[in-house]
Design a protein around this ligand. Structure first.
Ligand code: ADP
Ligand code: MG
Length: 227
């Protein structure tokens, strides 16, 4: 069978298998989660801590499955004319809540010249969330997350910067590989997903990092002239 299939066909077969397997895993997981919540309500509060962990880990596993699915499918996504800043503003409350819990803050520096672009807002939200989460996870309290937009003649940049420890040069080459992580509870899928989302939007991601000072991930959307 293998020899009869071209590269693209094999890829889409992997995508289809990933989709059906994740579907088959998600259903029983949803049932487990539902009953787990019922059991939590009927159990003594001394067990609450364990239920909390079980539920969190189920959600984490679900998140990994979602990320893996979006990676394996590399599907064609629907885009519509929308504004990057609307997406940033939509996500802001969530990011602020996260930053507050960590004692960190967020700065927005949004260019007035960013035009409407062809975007899949759900994907761009995911991209911004992944980059921002990484930034926050890299910083101590009092760290500052900066989200910046820059409009040039033929591209638009979305920059996510942190005041964290920076990334050593040899590590910078591995960041985007699926499953590369330096975190105990990391999946290593966040940045791999970011790259594929950027590519689906005719964009690239550039890392600029200085040890001890911080890191900037710049998503460059090409061919987005402002008018
Ligand atoms: P995960 O967050 O699950 O580890 P990612 O693909 O999102 O997976 O990131 C891969 C690795 O890249 C991280 O484990 C971390 O070592 C590194 N990294 C990503 N963003 C930053 C950042 N802003 N500062 C320092 N290291 C980072
Ligand atoms: Mg991550």
């Amino acid at each position: 069978l293998r020899s009869e299939l071209g590269h693209a066909e094999r890829l889409s077969l992997v995508g289809q298998m990933a989709a059906s397997i994740t579907h088959e895993i998600r259903n029983p997981m949803a049932v487990v989660r539902g009953f787990m919540q019922l059991m939590r309500e009927k159990s003594p509060s001394s067990l609450d801590h364990y239920y909390k962990i079980v539920l969190e880990e189920l959600d984490r596993a679900n998140g990994i499955i979602s990320d893996f699915l979006s990676l394996a499918q590399n599907r064609i996504v629907e885009k519509e004319e929308c504004h990057l800043h609307d997406i940033i503003h939509d996500l802001s409350p969530l990011l602020w809540a996260d930053a507050n819990l960590r004692g960190q803050s967020i700065e927005l520096k949004l260019s007035e010249h960013v035009p409407d672009m062809q975007l899949n807002s759900k994907e761009i939200k995911q991209l911004l969330l992944n980059l921002s989460r990484n930034a926050m996870e890299a910083m101590e309290d009092r760290g500052v997350l900066t989200i910046e937009t820059i409009a040039a003649a033929d591209n638009v940049e979305l920059r996510v910067s942190d005041t964290g420890p920076g990334i050593p040069k040899p590590v910078q080459d591995k960041l985007f590989e699926p499953f590369y992580t330096t975190k105990a509870k990391g999946t290593g899928l966040g940045l791999a997903l970011c790259i594929s989302i950027a590519e689906r939007h005719n964009g690239t991601i550039v890392v600029d990092s200085e040890e001890g000072r911080g890191t900037t991930f710049a998503v460059v959307f090409k061919n987005a002239p402002h008018g």
